[in-house]
Ligand binder design. Structure first.
Ligand code: UFG
Length: 338
C-alpha cells in the first residue's frame, strides 16, 4: 500500500482528499499545524472511513520536524495543501504569505529530494490565470499576473516546480489548479469551517441560511454577465478530492510534470448560486447589492478536457448537490467543527 504524505490534511480540501485516498486503498500520513483546522477532523475522517490516519502535528516550514516525518515513515508520494489562503489578508500581510507559502513547499521539496520521494502534487489555483480576457481557461493559457500576494505565491510555487521538474526529470509533479470548491461531505461530518466572517461565497450563504449572519452582500450586479453578477466555476469538494487520487495514479505512471484545471467547465453566477441554494434546501437567503469587491473579475471558469483525457477524471456532482451538502454540514455544525 502506498503511503501518501498529506501536508495540510485536516483542512477543507485536505480532509476530503484524505477520505478519498483511504477509500482508494492509499495510506495517508497527515501533517497539519492546526492553524486553520481542528483536531476533531481526524475523528471524523475515522468515523467516515473506519480508519484513523497517522497524524503528526507540525508546521511544514519546520525542517527538523518534517525531516523526522520523512525519516520515520516510508513516503511514496506527497500532496501539498498546507498554505495560507485568504486573498484579502494576503494584501495586509504579504511577508507572512510569501514566507509561509514558499517556505512550506520548499522545505517539503528539499526533504523530498533528500529522502528520494518522486511523486508530488501541488495545490494551485485558477488565480494564476490573473485577469484573462477570454473564457474558458486552458492549462496552456498565459499565467503569472495574479492580483494579490496569495495568488503570487501560487504563481511562484508553480515556477519553482517547473524548474525543479527540468532539473530532476525523474520526478513526477502535478500542478492542480482548483476553481471554486464548495459543498461538503454528504455525512455532514466534513466541510468548510472558516475562522471569523467568511470571505467566500458558499460559506457566507450557508451561515446566512441558518441565521448566523443576517444577509448576503452581493458584490456588484453591474458586471458584463447575463444577470450582472460575477460568474465562477464552482466544483464540489468531493470531485476535487477524487481529482487528487486520479492525479496520484497519473504520477505513478511516471508522467513527469503535468498541469490540470480541476473545475466543472461550467460558469454559475452569484444570483444563480443563491437561487440553487434556496431551491435545493427550501430556505430564503436575504441579499443586498453592494459595490464590486476590489480585485474581482467578471468571469472565471475552466476548460477541463485535459483532466478528462489524461486522468479519466471529471466532476460528477452538480451545483444542487453541493448546495444540499453545504447546507447539511452547516445545519449539523452551526458553530463550525467543535
Ligand atoms: N461574492 C459575493 N459576496 C460574498 C462573497 C463573494 O457576492 O460575500 C462573490 C464574489 O464577488 C465573486 C463570487 O462571489 O463573484 C465568488 O467569490 P469567492 O470569494 O467565493 O471566490 P473567488 O472567486 O473570489 O476566489 C476563489 C478562491 C481564491 C482564488 C480565486 C481565484 O477563494 O482562493 O477563487 O481562483 F484565488
Amino acid at each position: 500500500m502506498s503511503n501518501i504524505l498529506v501536508n495540510g490534511g485536516l483542512g477543507f480540501i485536505g480532509s476530503e482528499t484524505v477520505v478519498a485516498l483511504i477509500n482508494s486503498g492509499y495510506n495517508p500520513i497527515v501533517v497539519d499545524d492546526l492553524s486553520n483546522s481542528k483536531i476533531a477532523v481526524l475523528d471524523r475522517i475515522e468515523t467516515i472511513t473506519g480508519k484513523r490516519p497517522t497524524f503528526i502535528q507540525a508546521n511544514c516550514t519546520d525542517y527538523a520536524a518534517m525531516d523526522k516525518v520523512f525519516t520515520e515513515n516510508k513516503i511514496d508520494g506527497i500532496i501539498h495543501f498546507a498554505a495560507f489562503k485568504a486573498v484579502g489578508e494576503s494584501v495586509q500581510k504579504p511577508i507572512e504569505y510569501y514566507s509561509n507559502n514558499l517556505k512550506s513547499s520548499l522545505t517539503t521539496l528539499e526533504l523530498m529530494k533528500k529522502h528520494g520521494v518522486r511523486n508530488f502534487i501541488f495545490s494551485s489555483s485558477a488565480t494564476v490565470y490573473g485577469c484573462a480576457k477570454e473564457m474558458p481557461l486552458y492549462e496552456n493559457n498565459e499565467t503569472g499576473d495574479a492580483t494579490n500576494p496569495y495568488g503570487e505565491t501560487k504563481v511562484m510555487n508553480e515556477r519553482i516546480l517547473v524548474d525543479v521538474a527540468k532539473a530532476m526529470p525523474e520526478l513526477n509533479i502535478a500542478i492542480l489548479r482548483y476553481f471554486n470548491p464548495i459543498g461538503a461531505h454528504p455525512s455532514g461530518l466534513l466541510g468548510e469551517d472558516p475562522n471569523g466572517i467568511p470571505n467566500n461565497l458558499m460559506p457566507y450563504i450557508s451561515q446566512v441560511s441558518i441565521g448566523r449572519l443576517p444577509c448576503l452582500s452581493i458584490f456588484g450586479d453591474d458586471y458584463p454577465t447575463p444577470d450582472g453578477t460575477g460568474i465562477r466555476d464552482y466544483i464540489h469538494v468531493l470531485d476535487l478530492a477524487e481529482g487528487h487520487v486520479a492525479a496520484m495514479k497519473k504520477l505513478e505512471s511516471n508522467s513527469g510534470l503535468v498541469i490540470y484545471n480541476l473545475g466543472t467547465g461550467k460558469g454559475t453566477s452569484v444570483k444563480e448560486l443563491v437561487k440553487a441554494f434556496e431551491d435545493a434546501n427550501g430556505v430564503k437567503i436575504p441579499v443586498v447589492i453592494k459595490p464590486r469587491r476590489a480585485g474581482d473579475v467578471a468571469e472565471n471558469y475552466a476548460n477541463c478536457d485535459k483532466a478528462f483525457k489524461e486522468l479519466g477524471w471529471k466532476a460528477r456532482f452538480t451545483i444542487v448537490d453541493a448546495c444540499r451538502d453545504s447546507y447539511n454540514f452547516q445545519k449539523k455544525n452551526p458553530k463550525g467543527i467543535e
